[in-house]
Write a protein that binds this ligand. Structure first.
Ligand code: STX
Length: 328
């Protein structure tokens, strides 16, 4: 029950991401799965086809998979399965909000498992990927061998208010200003609602302008040491539109579950070995959620990383994630 706390007093500024991750690899297979009349999901496999299966659940929602995820697993030991959740990445239709709910995404994960003939698998997810991993595990507890989770997000009202309205704004007032000022004063009291109206506008220019500001805010705050190149993600308007529209749609709908759903149903997954890796200075998904989750999961360990924010691309977060997958 008691987690590990990393107490390194000194910042490690010489180790790079390449030093802690496995080398980049190509996929050995990829394809699509039509999950409804409307939605088709893109998937890929890498690593060892005979290895232990692990499914990677990406963030956002709407963030899409990334080749870099493959590097968090020993490719000789794992069969690494990634997919793009409804409406994002290479899944189609792009940025589609209809028939796009948490329950639908859980069903897609299960449909992928069945289509691959996999009995049980490890589940790996950060941020919204932790949210969806947990709800998937609570829906299909017998299919999940273990959970490796990062930057815990349970999408409660307090978490949304903190990041999108008033909280993180106290730490990043400079990055917050353009996000807030994109919205007229009269609507600033509820920024998620104001962004939702613009992100679902009939006018493509209005949608894209809102998506860019929304995405910049999240990219600017993801790391303890902001990385200017990370902000470029918001300039990729195809990425930004899917990311912002799908996130905002999920948040307006409280991710289609009751408040504190994950904590309320923790007993269902209490038996699953779980590692939680959390950056102490994560302002996107503050550490309180990781702490509260850890306390209701008796088989969890919490690694509180002393020198990191939210991103899986931060060296000390990546190091702990690799340690966790190596120990599976
Ligand atoms: N959303 C946090 C999240 O899941 C509240 C997230 N933030 N950035 C990302 O995901 C990407 C790295 C996937 C873009």
């Amino acid at each position: 029950m008691h987690g590990r706390f990393l107490a390194e007093a000194m910042l490690d500024t010489t180790t790079t991401l390449d030093d802690v991750l496995f080398p980049p690899i190509e996929t050995y297979d990829s394809g699509t799965l039509q999950v409804t009349d409307l939605h088709t999901i893109a998937w890929e496999k890498s690593g060892n086809p005979e290895g232990a299966p692990v499914v990677v659940i990406h963030g956002g929602p709407g963030g899409g998979g990334q080749p870099a995820y493959r590097q968090y697993f020993d490719p000789s030991k794992f069969n690494i399965i990634q997919f793009d959740q409804r409406g994002c990445g290479k899944s189609t239709p792009h940025a589609e909000l209809r028939d796009n709910t948490t329950q639908a995404m859980v069903a897609d994960i299960e449909a992928l498992r069945v289509s691959f003939g996999i009995e049980t698998w490890h589940v790996f997810g950060g941020s919204w990927g932790s949210t969806l991993s947990l709800i998937y595990a609570q829906t299909y507890p017998d299919r999940v061998i273990s959970l490796v989770l990062r930057g815990i997000f349970m999408c409660r009202k307090s978490e949304l208010h903190w990041f999108y309205q008033d909280g993180a704004s106290h730490i990043f007032p400079d990055a917050f200003e353009p996000y807030r000022e994109h919205i007229p004063k009269a609507e600033q009291a509820n920024l998620i609602k104001a962004y939702y109206a613009r992100l679902t506008s009939d006018d493509g220019d209005v949608r894209r302008a809102a998506a860019k500001q929304w995405t910049r805010w999240e990219m600017a705050t993801s790391r303890l040491f902001p990385d200017p190149s990370y902000l470029e993600k918001a300039e990729d308007l195809d990425f930004a539109v899917a990311f912002a529209r799908i996130e905002c749609h999920y948040f307006i709908n409280a991710i289609f579950v009751e408040e504190a759903h994950i904590l309320n149903h923790a007993s269902i997954i209490a038996h699953i070995p779980t590692v939680i890796v959390q950056g102490r200075y994560d302002v996107v998904c503050p550490a309180r959620s990781a702490w509260e989750l850890h306390k209701v999961l008796p088989n969890s360990s919490l690694v509180m990383v002393a020198d990191a924010g939210h991103s899986m691309g931060e060296v000390s977060i990546a190091r702990e994630l690799v340690k966790a997958t190596n120990a599976l």
